[in-house]
Design a protein around this ligand. Sequence first.
Ligand SMILES: [Fe+2]
Ligand SMILES: [Fe+2]
Length: 171
Amino acid sequence: MLSQSFQEALNEHLKQEWYSSYLYLSMAAYCESINFPGFAHWMRLQADEEREHAMSFYRFILDRGGRVRLLAIPQPPTDFASPAAIFEQALAHEQEVTTMIGQLYSRATAEQDHASQVFLQDFVREQVEEEKTASEIVETLRMIGDNNVALLMLDRELARRGAEVSSASTA
Ligand SMILES: [Fe+2]
Ligand SMILES: [Fe+2]
């Protein structure tokens, strides 16, 4: 059984994952508006992934006999300076989420809530991936600087996100 305070913390984080999804969707819409369909595609898939994270929290709270409370999702920013600024912001956001997951994990440990610890371990691992992926793109964008041809090539490359997975699964 979840403690009341930990249930609230999980509901708060459920909202946080929805916010991540909302933020990436807003970034996708912006990328599309400035004609970077590849960046937009990458961000849309990221938004889908964050929704899946939110639903994992939803499922876990219910499976533990808790009550899901859907809290208000804050409005994400709608304007961004450039694709480079967007990915810098995405990386900073993932670093914040890593801190939040770490705090949840510490609370679960303090409460000796073993099921929550095991559940959160997936997210501890996931955040390593999330930060790695975002920082690789940030590094590439820093190298690209104001080279528009290289920027368009990166846009094309990110348009392929998800294609590797589906071609592998049909092989
Ligand atoms: Fe997430
Ligand atoms: Fe994330």
